[in-house]
Write a protein of this length. Structure first.
Length: 138
């Protein structure tokens, strides 16, 4: 990993075609949701297996009652459907897994089992694209 990598230097042109519109508007969008490449994690064994067997992972922790979480789920799914061959995208509902976070959503960007970045405040689609762009470059 290049320690000189600056997140502001990452060109995200290849991410610009990932629509950050937060709504599914038609049947094609709903089919896209059904065929999502996001892996839903509800236990530690599955989580540990995925982290161990994938060198690039993005995890979204949220709840089904969190408005912001629901807002970013479609965007997260679009990213996963485009980049699932290079990055594993995981979702965990903290209410179902009894995890505790002060605030949600929380995104972790992991490489080789180690946390590279964490977004937990002021999350927006541009920041998510930027961090995914970094993972793609590594």
């Amino acid at each position: 990993m290049d320690s000189q990598l600056n997140i502001n230097d990452v060109n995200n042109d290849n991410l610009n075609d990932v629509n950050d519109n937060d709504n599914f508007k038609n049947d094609n969008d709903l089919e896209f949701l059904v065929n999502s490449k996001v892996k839903v994690i509800n236990n530690n064994k599955t989580y540990n297996d995925i982290i161990k067997n994938n060198n690039k992972v993005v995890i979204l922790y949220g709840t089904d009652t969190c408005i912001t979480c629901l807002k970013y789920k479609p965007f997260f799914i679009r990213l996963s459907n485009k980049y699932y061959k290079k990055i594993s995208f995981l979702y965990t509902d903290i209410d179902e897994t009894n995890l505790s976070f002060k605030n949600v959503p929380v995104l972790f960007f992991i490489i080789n089992g180690k946390e590279l970045f964490k977004l937990d405040k002021n999350i927006d689609s541009q920041s998510i694209k930027q961090f995914v762009g970094v993972l793609l470059k590594l």
